[in-house]
Design a protein around this ligand. Structure first.
Ligand SMILES: Cc1cc2nc3c(=O)[nH]c(=O)nc-3n(C[C@H](O)[C@H](O)[C@H](O)COP(=O)(O)OP(=O)(O)OC[C@H]3O[C@@H](n4cnc5c(N)ncnc54)[C@H](O)[C@@H]3O)c2cc1C
Length: 483
């Protein structure tokens, strides 16, 4: 409101040693007024402004800014008032981010990155809790087991990363994360390659993916959903006049108020998403069921989901019938970025996995692999999902789960419904929901870039984790593993 007093001082005085730089200043500024201070250097202009903004304590006199006392409520004033210096007073030996973090600490702002991480962690856990309770209340048997995750170090530099992980958990007061030394880790799961581990007791669950898909389909149908299989959608149309979405297949056309596109790694139905993901092939082996003696030789009574800390990591799980699923390491991109069944059979990758399996568990020498398979991972440049709407908010999409979509697709489903209903909440205010990652470049640049990144990650794994210039540049741009 015009006329309201926003700045008021009486007898404002500041001394530096014996020198009085601001002497008995009375000032009153009303809302809407623009006031300029004129005077030679050293006449006390900046010092007066700094006292009014709560940045400097007066030696005498009193004052208010926005109705807040400049002596006793300086912290509150600092939250409301901005102050632009004549010259940028950044520390030149700090980066822009370091300068901002320094100022944020001075102003006791909550650590933004930590707040974001904490929110993501909490939403992730709530999502996993909801999967667990939904499956149980629907009576769905998908072999769901909340076993936690064991991240194991197999190279000395990875032990340092474990300590960092554990320290981060301690800092946020998370007592569900435990740091295990080499002895404790090998006591939990007997592998001579383990140098230590972090056990996240709540963040991970086992699930039988085939049973999960068929149980979800059963429940959806019981709720009245009609499922049409073997009917690829060729086009999504939004004829302006109807306000509807038309989904075109070879056999027919489905009209709806809204459509949700969850086409994963397969060619995107929206042009804007064609370069947003690339298919990267991931390979998996499954052993025959282990005998009681073989099981006893590895321990693993906690049945945790295990993965190692390397950039090119292995992941392995124990099935309900005592088999070990062992996958990862090779992540293969084929020139042209197509999804093809022929890419799934790659003998070199399976042989490498088998060799790594027996290095991990030499006591299982002689165990046979009864199954092998591969699949394409919808990799995005920021290594996690992106979301959005198109066609006047009638169509929502999510993709780019980069190999971790079993739980995350439930979260994405909720985000897509939020977006279609224009709901603003904690989920939709996340940066990962509001911002899309950078697309991949077209070929041949995509192939060159992806293969150079893979080569660099492999080299980092073999050189004590040291990241080369390419990886550091990608990190700085928020692309890839550290984003
Ligand atoms: C080898 C391997 C191991 C993995 N391990 C894990 C793991 O341990 N943990 C984890 O969380 N994730 C893992 N993933 C990733 C996980 O499987 C996926 O992220 C997840 O299945 C994605 O679910 P979705 O519903 O988005 O896609 P999908 O399950 O692929 O479903 C997409 C569906 O859309 C259909 N579709 C696509 N285009 C069209 C069209 N035009 N018309 C009609 N239908 C269409 C497809 O046929 C498909 O049925 C792994 C993936 C692979 C390949």
């Amino acid at each position: 409101m015009n006329g309201e007093t926003v700045i008021s001082t009486k007898g404002l005085t500041k001394r530096f040693g014996t020198k009085t730089v601001v002497d008995d200043v009375d000032l009153e500024v009303k809302r809407g007024e623009i006031v300029g201070f004129l005077g030679p250097n050293g006449s006390g202009k900046t010092t007066t402004i700094r006292m009014i903004c709560g940045l400097l304590r007066p030696d005498a006199g009193e004052g208010t800014a926005l109705g807040l006392d400049i002596r006793t409520q300086a912290d509150l004033i600092k939250r409301e008032v901005g102050y632009m210096t004549q010259r940028f007073s950044f520390y030149e030996d700090l980066t822009i981010r370091e300068n901002l973090e320094f100022v944020a600490r001075l102003y006791r702002l909550p650590d933004r990155r930590k707040t974001v991480d904490d929110t993501l962690d909490r939403l992730g856990l709530e999502n996993l809790d909801a999967i667990e309770s939904d499956l149980s209340s629907w009576g769905a048997d998908a072999e769901f087991e909340r076993v936690g995750a064991l991240a194991v170090a197999v190279e000395p530099h990875e032990v340092e990363w474990l300590h960092e992980l554990a320290a981060e958990a301690r800092a946020r007061g998370d007592e569900s994360v435990r740091l295990l030394d080499q002895h404790e880790t090998r006591a939990a799961v007997a592998s001579p390659t383990y140098l230590g581990s972090v056990w996240e007791t709540r963040t991970n669950a086992l699930v039988h993916p085939g049973k999960l898909a068929s149980e979800l389909a059963r429940i959806a149908e019981e709720l009245g959903v009609e499922i049409f299989e073997h009917s690829p959608v060729r086009r999504v149309d939004t004829p302006g006049s109807t306000g509807a979405v038309a989904v075109e297949t070879d056999q027919g056309r489905v009209l709806a108020r809204h459509a949700v596109l969850a086409t994963n790694v397969f060619p995107a139905l929206l042009k804007r998403n064609r370069l947003m993901t690339v298919p990267v092939y991931d390979y998996v082996l499954m052993t025959e069921p282990l005998t009681a003696e073989q099981l006893a030789s590895i321990g693993w009574h906690g049945r945790q989901g295990i993965s190692d800390m390397a950039n090119q990591f292995h992941y392995y799980r124990m099935t309900r019938d005592g088999r070990i699923l062992f996958g990862g390491y090779d992540a293969v991109y084929h020139y042209g970025g197509r999804v093809r069944a022929s890419y799934e059979d790659r003998r070199a990758s399976f042989e490498k996995l088998a060799a790594h399996f027996f290095t991990t568990f030499p006591q299982l020498e002689g165990v046979r692999f009864s199954h092998r398979w591969a699949g394409a991972i919808d990799t995005s440049t920021r290594f996690c999902a992106f979301f959005g709407t198109a066609r006047d908010d009638r169509v929502a999409y999510a993709s780019g789960f980069t190999g971790l979509g079993v739980a995350a697709t439930r979260f994405a489903g909720e985000v897509m419904l939020d977006l279609l209903e224009h709901r603003e909440n904690e989920r939709t205010s996340l940066r990962m929901v509001r911002e899309r990652p950078l697309p991949f470049p077209p070929e041949p640049a995509a192939s060159i870039g992806i293969n150079a990144t893979r080569w660099s990650l492999d080299r980092a794994d073999h050189e004590r984790g040291r990241r080369n210039l390419l990886l550091k540049t990608l990190d700085a741009l928020g692309l890839g593993f550290d984003s």
